[in-house]
Design a protein around this ligand. Structure first.
Ligand code: CO
Length: 164
């Protein structure tokens, strides 16, 4: 387990579709653990393998209030529904925040670290986080989906209003 350097845009590894994982071995387990350590260190809510310079379809996200860790190996989107606009950021784009439209519901299929295939349904911000990470695995970056950039001042104002 180790904290890795987060690759920042622009970088080839970020804009290239990742390869499928063909075998869940020690390398993949270490990758999952490194992703977790790096996400915690950089205070993210999700991170994908290309962000630590590994071109494989592996990503993790924190879900819900409990911030449970979801590990996704070879995830695919089975179904989406609805649409919602909310603010996103990305560890590979320090300081960039913007409004992005995403489905408000997603159903995915993926493998866990034991090699078990699971299905998972998520809504709201969880769905957003999952889809943001799966986009990374397809070489798609959130800046291409930003409808409106949100400035640091606006963000501060929003947080201030939330605390009131
Ligand atoms: Co990201």
């Amino acid at each position: 387990m180790a904290i890795k350097k987060v690759i920042e845009n622009p970088a080839n590894v970020l804009s290239t579709p990742c390869a499928e994982v063909t075998e869940i071995n020690d390398e993949i387990i270490t990758l999952l653990d490194d992703l977790y350590d790096t996400m915690v260190e950089y205070d993210g809510v999700g991170i994908a393998a290309p962000q630590i310079d590994v071109g494989l379809r592996v990503a993790i996200v924190e879900l819900g209030e409990e911030r449970d860790i979801l590990e996704m190996i070879n995830p695919t989107v089975v179904e989406t529904d609805g649409a919602e606009v909310d603010i996103e950021g990305c560890l590979s784009f320090p300081g960039l925040y913007g409004e992005v439209e995403r489905p408000s519901y997603v159903k995915i299929e993926a493998c866990d670290r034991e090699g078990r295939v699971y299905e998972l349904e998520a809504g709201g911000f969880d769905a957003r986080a999952i889809l943001h990470e799966i986009d990374h695995l397809d070489g798609v970056l959130f800046d291409s989906k930003i409808k409106r950039i949100v400035t640091a001042e606006e963000l501060e104002e929003m947080y201030a209003e939330e605390e009131e």
